[in-house]
Design a protein around this ligand. Structure first.
Ligand SMILES: C[S@@+](CC[C@H](N)C(=O)[O-])C[C@H]1O[C@@H](n2cnc3c(N)ncnc32)[C@H](O)[C@@H]1O
Length: 266
């Protein structure tokens, strides 16, 4: 069951440990990590780093290909859940607690550096981008997936940020081609494309209520806004956004959530 947490200025690790991100990942985006591994062209024997790996959505499929995988994340509880998933399938990976802004690895130590809707949630964009470049060897490849500002998840996160009056740099900036080019273009070849993943639930409202119980950033927002009576108006707004994005026809809810794929070759 999704957990409860103190709504007062939580740390990133507290945000992502709130609720049940492992369940969100399995229900909503189970194939997205494998898609990123495919895009990065991960091969057996390569040294692969998955940054902001969560429970290993990209790290596990990379390890399944025979790569030597390190999964790094700032949230210990997610690393533990990932290590359990790996053990259950007999995969060996290295699980490292750390911050994308200061990666605890030597320069040029990885052939492939991945991040699946992960590093976009790091608070310092420039520092994280510099670290991804530093640890990737010349001739290697950085592959990123990020929610776009215009897509369904982008619309949801933007509405939550507005309701909270958030001043922090938006994670959605990583979903703009121009920003990725600015961050990496001086040091690497950058290519981007957009794609979509289908998110499903019984209804638009059921999707919002599930996410508000299980997805850390939304759960934390709900707890904070509820205290000042501001959750219900936001919930209504999120239900409207979900209904607008519902392409499922009659019956169940199904929305296409757009993401940006970026390939960066230093
Ligand atoms: C939406 S989850 C994505 C997890 C995983 N990559 C996936 O595809 O399911 C975002 C992740 O970013 C991690 N994170 C946020 N800020 C971070 C930071 N500064 N350094 C490392 N990880 C961070 C969170 O702990 C969380 O696991």
């Amino acid at each position: 069951m999704p957990g409860q947490t103190d709504p007062s200025t939580p740390t990133p690790a507290e945000i992502w440990a709130a609720g049940d991100y492992a369940d969100v990942c399995e229900r909503m985006i189970p194939g997205l990590g494998a898609r990123l591994v495919e895009l990065a062209g991960v091969r057996a024997g390569e040294a692969v780093l998955d940054v902001a790996a969560g429970t290993g959505n990209a790290a596990l499929p990379a390890a399944r290909r025979g790569a030597a995988v390190t999964a790094l994340d700032i949230t210990p509880a997610l690393l533990e859940a990932g290590a359990e998933r790996a053990a259950a399938t007999g995969l060996e990976l290295s699980w490292v607690h750390g911050d994308a802004r200061a990666l605890p690895f030597a320069t040029a130590s990885f052939d492939r550096v991945l991040s699946c809707v992960g590093v976009q949630f790091c608070a310092d964009r420039a520092a994280a981008a510099a670290e991804l470049l530093r640890v990737c060897r010349p001739g290697g490849r950085i592959a990123l997936i990020a929610w776009t500002p215009e897509g369904f998840i982008g619309q949801i996160l933007a509405a939550v940020s507005r309701a909270r009056g958030a001043a922090a740099p938006s994670p959605l900036e990583w979903g703009r081609e121009s920003v990725v080019e600015e961050l990496f273009g001086d040091a690497a070849e950058v290519s981007t494309s957009r794609a979509q993943v289908e998110l499903a639930a019984e209804s638009a409202a059921a999707w919002v209520d599930y996410m508000a119980a299980a997805y850390g950033p939304l759960l934390i927002a709900r707890l904070a806004l509820r205290e000042r009576g501001a959750w219900e108006p936001l919930r209504e707004q999120l239900c409207e956004i979900a209904a607008r994005n519902d392409g499922g026809g009659e019956g169940a809810f199904a929305a296409s959530a757009e993401y940006l794929c970026a390939l960066i070759e230093p």
